[in-house]
Design a binder for this molecule. Structure first.
Ligand code: SAH
Length: 464
C-alpha cells in the first residue's frame, strides 16, 4: 500500500486550488461538499467559479499564485492543466507547508483524491494507487447501485441517537441494536414513513434491546482449512464475520485472519512443534473466560479442528464450565494435499482404507502399527511428519515395506508457495533433507503425483 487512506477534517481549514478550467471545476465540486475555506487562484476563471465566488462559497483571486499564497493551507490542488505552471505552483504550496496534489500527476503528488461514493455521513473512498482509474469508476458505479440513498439520512438520524444508545452496554448488545436499525428496521421504517419513521424505529428498538435477555457466550471451533481462503466454508465465513474474539493457531494464514470482523479481539496462541507455545491449559482457560463473558468466540484451527487439533481438551474445559460450543468442519491438510497431486485418498482395488497418522506426539516420535502399514497398497497421510521422516522410514523398512513405495510430501498445500516432493520410501529422508522445505508439510505414504504415476506405468509397459 503506497497511499494510506485517511479522512481529513477540513471544517474551518484552508484549501487552495490553482486553476480555473475543467480540472479545477471538478475538484471544486468535490471540495464544496466539505466545510473548508476555499481559495482559488486563476487569472481566467470559468464562469461557474465566478458564480460560486459571488455566492460566497469560495474566495477568488484573479491572478497567478505567488509565494505565501498557500500559507496555513491544509491541502493544495494544482489544477492548471499545464505541466510547467503545475510544477511552479506545487513548489510554492510545498514551501508554504501544504500537502500537495497535482491533478493527473501521480509522481508530483503527495496525496491522491479517491473516487468517492457519497452517502454523507457515510463516505466510501476507492483508490487504485493511480493504477486503474477505470476500475475505480466501475467499483464506484457498483457501490452507488448497491448502497441505498436512504443510507445517508438513516446514518444522520442514527448519529443523533448515539448518546441514547449508550444506555445499552458496550459490545455485542449495542452492536446488535445498530445492526437491527441499519439493516432491518431502519430502512423499512424510513421507506414507509420517512425521517419520523426512522426516529420512531430507533426508540422502539432501544426499548426492545434494553429489555432483551443477554445472549449467552458461545464457542465455535472453526476449521480454517489448509490456507487458501477460498477453501473456507460459508459457515466459517459467517462465524468470522460475527466473532467478538478470535483465538487462532500458528498455521492459520494472514489472508484468513484478514476476513475476521475488524473489531474482533485477535489472540494468537500459535504453537510451534517442539517449540515455545501457549500451554494448552492456558488456551483452555482463555476460551472459557471469554465464553463466560458472553462473547461469540471463534477458536480458529488450521485444517479441520477434529484432526490433530487437541479439540477434546478444549471441549472438556467448556463442558466443565457449562459454555455452549459447536464445531464447523474445515478441509484437512490431507484433502488439500491429495488434491494438489491429483490423487484420491481411497481407490477401488488399491486401498479401501486410509490412515491419518501423526509423526510425533507429546512424548516425541509417535509409534504406530507399522506392520499393518507396511503391507502393499496401504495409504497414509502423515501429519507433522517432516522431522520424524527418518524414524518413520526406518520403522516401515524394518517391517518389510517395499523400498520403492511412493511417498509424496506436500508443503504449504493450497497456498501460493505450495511445493511437491515426489520420492520413495528408500530415498525419503535424504530427499527431504535436500529439498529443505519450509512451512507445514504433509507426507502421503503410498501415493505418487498422478502424472508421475502415469509416467511410471508407461515405463513398465514399455519394458514388457
Ligand atoms: N487440523 C489440521 C492439522 C493440524 S496438525 C488439519 O486438519 O489439517 C499440523 C500439521 O498439519 C502440520 O504439521 C502439517 O503436517 C499439516 N498441515 C497443516 N496445514 C498444511 C498445509 N497447508 N500443507 C501441508 N500440510 C499442512
Amino acid at each position: 500500500m503506497q497511499h494510506f487512506p485517511i479522512f481529513v477534517a477540513l471544517a474551518g481549514r484552508r484549501v487552495v486550488v490553482s486553476g480555473g478550467g475543467d480540472a479545477a471545476l471538478a475538484k471544486l465540486r468535490l471540495l464544496m461538499k466539505t466545510e473548508a475555506h476555499l481559495t482559488v487562484f486563476s487569472p481566467t476563471p470559468a464562469p461557474e467559479i465566478e458564480a460560486w465566488a459571488d455566492e460566497g462559497r469560495l474566495a477568488l483571486r484573479r491572478r497567478a499564485m505567488e509565494p505565501g499564497d498557500a500559507l496555513c493551507a491544509a491541502l493544495f490542488y494544482g489544477a492548471d492543466e499545464d505541466d510547467a505552471e503545475d510544477a511552479r505552483t506545487a513548489a510554492i504550496a510545498r514551501a508554504d507547508g501544504a500537502l500537495v496534489n497535482i491533478v493527473d500527476n501521480l509522481e508530483g503528488s503527495q496525496f491522491i483524491t479517491p473516487a468517492i461514493v457519497d452517502r454523507d455521513p457515510v463516505t466510501v473512498a476507492i483508490g487504485t494507487e493511480g493504477a486503474a482509474p477505470v476500475l475505480a469508476r466501475a467499483i464506484k458505479r457498483d457501490l452507488e447501485e448497491r448502497l441505498p440513498v436512504t443510507l445517508g439520512p438513516l446514518a444522520r438520524i442514527g448519529k443523533a441517537f448515539r448518546k441514547m444508545a449508550d444506555a445499552l452496554p458496550m459490545g455485542r448488545k449495542r452492536r446488535d441494536f445498530w445492526a437491527d436499525y441499519y439493516f432491518d428496521h431502519g430502512p423499512r421504517a424510513y421507506e414507509a414513513q420517512g425521517a419520523n419513521g426512522a426516529q420512531a424505529a430507533l426508540e422502539g428498538l432501544l426499548e426492545r434491546h434494553l429489555n432483551a435477555e443477554d445472549r449467552p457466550g458461545h464457542v465455535h471451533f472453526v476449521g480454517a482449512g489448509p490456507g487458501d481462503p477460498e477453501l473456507l466454508t460459508l459457515k466459517a465465513r459467517r462465524a468470522l464475520d460475527e466473532a467478538d474474539v478470535v483465538i487462532y493457531d500458528r498455521l492459520v494464514t494472514p489472508e484468513i485472519l484478514e476476513l475476521c470482523r475488524r473489531e474482533a479481539m485477535m489472540i494468537d496462541v500459535g504453537k510451534e512443534a517442539f517449540g515455545p507455545s501457549t500451554p494448552q491449559a492456558d488456551i483452555d482457560r482463555l476460551i472459557v473466560e471469554h465464553g463466560r463473558q458472553g462473547a461469540q468466540v471463534v477458536r480458529l484451527k488450521s485444517g479441520d479442528p477434529t484432526v490433530f487439533g487437541r479439540l477434546d481438551e478444549e471441549i472438556e474445559a467448556l463442558d466443565a464450565a457449562g459454555i455452549a460450543w459447536s464445531i464447523v468442519p474445515g478441509i484437512t491438510a490431507a484433502s488439500a494435499s491429495v488434491a494438489a497431486i491429483g490423487q484420491s485418498l481411497t481407490r477401488r482395488g488399491r486401498n479401501a482404507s486410509v490412515r491419518f497418522l501423526t509423526g510425533h506426539d507429546m512424548k516425541g516420535f509417535a509409534d504406530h502399527d507399522w506392520k499393518a502399514l507396511a503391507r502393499s497398497s496401504e495409504v497414509a497421510a502423515i501429519y507433522m511428519g517432516k522431522r520424524a521422516a527418518r524414524f518413520i522410514q526406518g520403522r516401515l523398512l524394518m517391517h518389510g515395506a517395499a523400498p520403492d513405495t511412493p511417498v509424496t510430501i506436500i508443503a504449504n498445500a493450497s497456498r501460493p508457495d505450495q511445493r511437491i516432493l515426489a520420492t520413495s520410501l528408500a530415498t525419503l529422508a535424504t530427499d527431504l533433507d535436500e529439498a529443505a522445505l519450509d512451512g507445514p508439510a504433509l507426507t502421503l505414504f503410498g501415493l505418487a503425483p498422478r502424472a508421475a504415476e502415469a509416467a511410471a506405468h508407461h515405463l513398465i509397459q514399455e519394458a514388457l
